[in-house]
Design a protein around this ligand. Structure first.
Ligand code: SF4
Length: 426
């Protein structure tokens, strides 16, 4: 394999299998499994490869991407060779997105869904591959309109089931169009993509996503009629047992902070050999098409392994990077500390507060602002309220002081609670 171009390692690229991204613990290699699905045997094999060619840490991102961490310049060619030879990835040429669609991990089997989002997403992937000029991070959310709402995930184009076989489209997360039959939706998206690519080609530095277009330019992308925005829905359950069509079940398992070691994945992948595994944007794995007792048994094992099996687990609401010892730049053991901080702040997290624990200012896990951002600083944490890792801290505290001051009656708890009720940080 030829050497990677230097720019392929710059942070900011959308990484893929062939174009890894440099991080504090080596290269991060993103995998796109064929058809966005895995068998248990494939999951176990990926876990083995992550140990052989990376540092054994595996992630699932908030875009449901599978990532192997700690790959090196020497190990990368061998890893790629195995992934391609064993057909564990579906990589295509070019700078555009490797995968554009985001669906619920239950898509196509969820008895509450109004459309088959899995089939529609596959049709869109097929068509999007023939469109050049799309940005690498371009994203299309395909939401079946059922209980697993994807409202919280930003998109360039959103397709939402609004009735049996009927779909509404949203451009740039602000202009709603339709409704149209489900069977026409892939063609409607395909008609929009070249127009956006052409506008982007005229001003690539200003137009990166659909949201960057003017209202007139956005409206000019489609001839579909404007419609009203559908009402907001209840948030999805992100972990636990789910009933599927046909009296089958799914075990949806969250990885704490979207990350686990290879041994954990191997254990999970060894239990139910017939499961149909999908990646979850709630940073986990759905093991589908199981009997009820099989799914419950898998959830019990996952719980024993320290994984997330309940929707009220406070770790689901916390962002944390790999931290020390995995990352050479880390100034704090973020993963273990984040688990304790999540427990301490559980009441605030349940009210919607956001917590980001970062090993350094680089903010690999969450570049955006959070209600409480903690930045590793020589074994302690800089405390930022309502900002990012690069904002001015109000204090520098050790873990023990943080755990105390997150309790009711203490100052950080009070400030976060006040920020929740007023919608701003003081
Ligand atoms: S944010 Fe975390 S993972 Fe990223 S470089 Fe810093 S310590 Fe490492």
């Amino acid at each position: 394999m030829s050497a990677l171009p230097k720019e392929a390692l710059r942070r900011g690229w959308c990484p893929s299998t062939l174009r890894p991204m440099e991080t504090g613990d080596g290269w991060l290699v993103r995998l796109h499994p064929p058809g966005a699905r895995l068998t248990p045997a494939q999951l176990r094999r990926i876990a083995e490869l992550a140990t052989e060619h990376g540092n054994g840490l595996i992630e699932i991102s908030a875009r449901a991407n599978l990532q192997i961490r700690g790959v090196t310049a020497e190990s990368h060619p061998k890893l790629v060779e195995r992934l391609l030879a064993e057909q564990l990835v579906d990589e295509h040429e070019g700078d555009g997105p490797q995968r554009v669609t985001l669906v619920s991990p239950l898509a196509g089997r969820d008895s509450t869904g109004l459309i088959d989002a899995a089939v529609l997403a596959a049709q869109i992937e097929h068509r999007a591959r023939n469109v050049s000029g799309l940005p690498a991070k371009f994203g299309i959310v395909v939401d079946d309109g059922g209980a697993q709402a994807l409202d919280g995930f930003a998109s360039d184009i959103r397709l939402l089931g609004i009735g049996a076989g009927r779909v509404a489209l949203c451009l740039g997360d602000r202009l709603w169009l339709g409704p149209i039959p489900e069977t026409d939706a892939a063609a409607a998206v395909a008609a929009i993509l070249p127009g956006f690519a052409a506008l982007r080609a005229e001003a690539p530095d200003q137009i990166r996503r659909l949201r960057d277009l003017s209202p007139a330019a956005l409206a000019g992308l489609s001839t579909l009629p404007v419609t009203t925005a559908p009402p907001p829905r209840m948030p999805a359950r992100r972990a636990g047992l789910f009933a599927l069509q046909g009296d089958r079940f799914a075990a949806l398992i969250g990885l704490p902070f979207g990350r686990c070691d290879a041994a954990t994945l191997e254990r999970l992948g060894a239990v139910q050999d017939k499961a149909d595994i999908r990646l979850s944007p709630w940073r986990g794995l759905a093991f589908r098409d199981l009997g009820r007792s099989e799914a419950e048994g898998l959830l019990a094992l996952a719980d024993d392994l320290g994984q997330i099996t309940r929707d009220d687990d406070p770790r689901l609401s916390v962002q944390a990077c790999a931290g020390s010892p995995a990352c050479s730049r880390a100034e704090a053991p973020t993963m273990t500390d984040a688990a304790m901080l999540a427990e301490a702040a559980a009441d605030l997290l349940a009210q919607g507060a956001t917590l980001h624990v970062s090993g350094c200012v680089k903010a690999c896990a969450h570049p955006a602002a959070a209600d409480l951002t903690l930045v590793g600083q020589d074994g302690r944490y800089d405390v930022v309220l309502g900002g990012t890792t690069r904002d001015k801290p109000v204090a520098t505290l050790d873990l023990s002081a943080l755990l105390t001051r997150l309790q009711p009656g203490h100052d950080i708890h009070a400030r976060l609670k006040a920020a929740r009720s007023t919608g701003s940080q003081g």
